[in-house]
Design a protein around this ligand. Sequence first.
Ligand SMILES: Nc1ncnc2c1ncn2[C@@H]1O[C@H](COP(=O)(O)OP(=O)(O)OP(=O)(O)O)[C@@H](O)[C@H]1O
Length: 470
Amino acid sequence: MTLGEVTGYAPLVVGAGLVLIAVWAVVWLVRYAMADTETRASIRQAIRVRRTWKRLAPMAGLSVTDKTPPALTSLTNTDSKPPRPRVLIPALKVTPDRFGVVVRANCLPKVSLEEFQKAAPYLADAWRCTRVSVVQDKPGQVLIRGVRVDPLLTPTTHLPSGLAPEELVRWELGLDEYAQPVAVNLAEVPGVTMAGLPGFGKTSTVNRFICDCAPSPAVQIAVADGKVSAAYEGDYADLVSRLFAFVGDDLDDANALFKRLVKLRRDRSAAIKTVLGRKDMWHVGPSAAWPWTVLIIDEAHTYFRDHKGSDKESKRLAALAAENTRLVEELVRKGRSVGILVILITQKPTGDAIPTSIRDVCPVGMSFAQKTAEAAVAALGDDIRQWPDANPTTLQDPAYVGVAVMNSPGKAGFTRLRTPYVEEEDAARIAAETAHLTTDPAALLAAQLPAGIDLTKYDGYDEGEAPLAA
Ligand SMILES: Nc1ncnc2c1ncn2[C@@H]1O[C@H](COP(=O)(O)OP(=O)(O)OP(=O)(O)O)[C@@H](O)[C@H]1O
């Protein structure tokens, strides 16, 4: 090919390049036009981050001087002058979203995670972010999250899909302070505690849990709600059709329900090897025949509180409350391997609301706003004193309705997160659509036992009575 022929193609190449740029610009314009107001602001922010990076990086201490010229420079350097040192800055990839920008940056010698973390406050100022966090993304790369809008102050809603979740035991809770999704894996978890001042979003969070799980036949739920006397009252009225058991504030009824579940726990322990061929349900996972059984105890203090007084009734109620504590503690201590989870909810800010013997064996703890440091400790344990920024006493402003602090299982520290609001009508719709899936797990177990074994005869809850005891 002659030089003339090559130059003849030049306009074509330039034209193709211009077309590509035009297509790219149109794609971005359409994206911008279709985005919501917040995302548009983040797109503009991303452009600013890229445009100002070359100047900002050295000022923020995120550059390095390369005194040794690269091989190509030394080969082409024909005069005898030493090559000029080069200032290197980390390459960036910036992605905007509704809350701000996600930035991936390459590390350089002496510019790695620690230096980026030190520079985070300067980056937050320069990028006009409320918060900037830096974590290691992969070797040689860090992930910088800059949020322009505080995700904790931005209310969100959740519309339950009505479809069985892909992963039943993955509890999707909401977004953390960097707008990253927060979820807890509830497999092998026997207990969850949830506390917080009245009206700060506990019920909405539980509603979401029930609505997301309800379409799966592999879950059965029972509720004890200490706030109401009958199923048609209160927060669970619309959900009752998807609950295999419901009791109100009557201590005798609650005691009977706890005994029923303790018996289920013992029967399951006795039968698990025969029915599932395993000693731990989580090795095979929950199923319609052996469903994950969740007991929600709302206003838990109703069932555990001490009844003072020397009259006969007070003594009887005190004994019932003490027995309730023992029963629920047994469920939490021993329910994990047979697929039983207890969720305890309370608005009472003292340690006796959920007895410490129960709280200490619940691996997941969550608290919405609290009034005092003592209440925060009662809800989340003594560790919360070491993390003042995450203390739920800082969440008392009404803007934080729906915001909770959670201990992170297996990790030090606490996560602050915004839970979405679930409309009561949506919860009612899901419960009605999935009501046909409600079954008593004890009946399901009985139906799978070998002929001649009738667990219903064993109505006590003494371990030794179980007919299939190993
Ligand atoms: N995640 C949320 N986002 C925004 N608003 C919320 C959220 N959750 C709840 N709310 C608002 O707060 C009100 C009270 O919420 P909810 O009933 O869940 O509180 P609670 O903590 O369960 O109170 P109580 O202890 O009295 O039962 C709701 O009616 C709703 O208006």
